[in-house]
Design a protein around this ligand. Structure first.
Ligand code: NAP
Ligand code: GDD
Length: 364
């Protein structure tokens, strides 16, 4: 992957030039995730120094930020990684004291809704309690800090009205949604009680070729590509009737940044305003490879959740009005770009495995 930072033009360029001389510092929790990796690129393109939190895993896990790590002009100069963990307040306190960020983007945490039924305590500790810990740390910072919190449409669960706005009551249907609702309310409380600059981005589903492979869109795009080239025969899925409001992740991280550039903190829905069923996403993905998904999709009850969120669709008119934010990519185009990216990745992998391997240097 090459460096592909957004182009800056005209008045925007002037603002960035001012920022560059002051070099704003951003700290991202979840920098190795889908959103964190796009956000890091976005902020670097705007002249920020970007600091990311990474955690130890038994397998090295930096694939989404590998291009930034390998770029000698960036890594160690404007892009920095710090070992820590959301559940280790000491490491977070030390990193914040060292970095002194102007903006914090809090994206980290267990983000799989289905798995939150299997590991509810980890989910609540990472999503809810860790946000509380971070808010307390932000209170203690000597410099002014702006905090973005990655809230979720899952806080609405079974909403009484549709589409959902910033004022729709929360009725979460799973441990993940409960934890996000708790964290979202705490952010509001800390904003009101202590005057902190904290924004909740209430994001509806956003996807990309960097989406984790156990989320439904990526599972589908990867399967469509693999079935097309003969690497896979079947795709097993759960409920195909649920409706989601699917947008494109790089556009959503720009919305996050815009929230922190306002004069005062607030909460904003980020969504496309359109919802589709899983079946409709399957149509869009498989049409890209000229196949009928009905011939290869099998139902597996293991992927059905104990309680389902049937229908989510967001009203992003406040974000459009106040932030000038508009999503450009809709579900069908999104499905196509994800399938194209998976086909390209498979082709690149096949080319690599066709290359003669270098002789081994040593047997050690
Ligand atoms: P993701 O790809 O699952 O990334 C999650 C990130 O959190 C990863 O970098 C992960 O690190 C990190 N993390 C998890 N537990 C951690 C811990 N204990 N300490 C430090 N880091 C930890 O999620 P995403 O799709 O980018 O979403 C970003 C945030 O937005 C999440 O909070 C998610 O719940 C929320 N959100 C997402 C969507 C969406 O549609 N994508 C919509 C609404 C809200 P590893 O790489 O080491 O696992
Ligand atoms: N993951 C998955 N795997 N979901 C499936 C499958 C399957 O095999 N089969 C059907 N589904 C259905 C789920 O039951 C759900 O209704 C829908 O597909 C979407 O599931 P996910 O892609 O896992 O996303 P999510 O909507 O539960 O959660 C995502 O969006 C939230 C915002 O609304 C995550 O990114 C959350 O972190 C985020 O907050």
């Amino acid at each position: 992957m090459g460096r592909s930072f957004p182009c800056l033009h005209g008045a925007e360029k002037t603002n960035v030039a001012i920022k560059l001389t002051m070099q704003s510092k951003a700290f991202i929790t979840g920098v190795t995730g889908q959103d964190g990796s796009y956000l890091a690129e976005f902020l670097l393109g705007r002249g920020y120094a970007v600091h990311g939190l990474v955690r130890r895993a038994s397998m090295f896990n930096r694939s989404r930020i590998e291009a930034l790590r390998r770029d000698a002009e960036i890594y160690g100069k404007s892009f920095f990684l710090h070992y820590g963990d959301l559940q280790d307040a000491t490491s977070l306190r030390r990193i914040l004291a060292q970095v002194r960020p102007d903006e914090i983007y809090h994206l980290a945490g267990q983000s799989h809704v289905g798995l939150s039924f299997e590991i509810p305590e980890v989910t609540c500790n990472e999503v809810a309690n860790a946000t509380l810990g971070l808010l307390e740390l932000v209170r203690d910072q000597p410099q002014p800090v702006r905090l973005f919190h990655a809230s979720s449409s899952e806080i609405f669960g079974a909403p009484p009205t549709s589409p959902q706005t910033e004022d729709t009551p929360t009725r979460p249907r799973n441990p993940y949604g409960c934890a996000k609702a708790f964290a979202t309310d705490l952010c509001r409380v800390y904003r009101d009680a202590y005057g902190l600059f904290v924004c909740n981005g209430i994001a509806f589903n956003h996807e990309s070729p960097r989406r984790g492979e156990n989320f439904v869109t990526r599972k589908i795009s990867l399967a469509a590509a693999r079935i097309k080239v003969g690497l896979q025969r079947e795709l097993t899925l759960g409920n195909l009737e649920a409706r989601r409001d699917w947008g494109y992740a790089p556009e959503y991280v720009e919305g996050m940044w815009r929230m922190l550039q306002q004069d005062s903190p607030d909460d904003y829905v980020l969504a496309t305003g359109e919802s589709s069923t899983i079946g409709e996403f399957l149509d869009a993905a498989f049409e890209r490879v000229g196949l009928d998904w009905r011939a290869c999709v099998k139902f597996d009850p293991r992927f059905v959740r104990p309680a389902e969120v049937a229908m989510l669709v967001g009203d992003y008119s406040k974000a459009r009005r106040k932030l000038g934010w508009d999503p450009r990519t809709r579900m069908r185009a999104l499905a196509h770009l994800m399938v194209d990216a998976d086909l390209a990745a498979i082709a690149a992998e096949e080319r690599r495995s066709d290359e003669p391997s270098a002789p081994a240097r040593s047997s050690a």
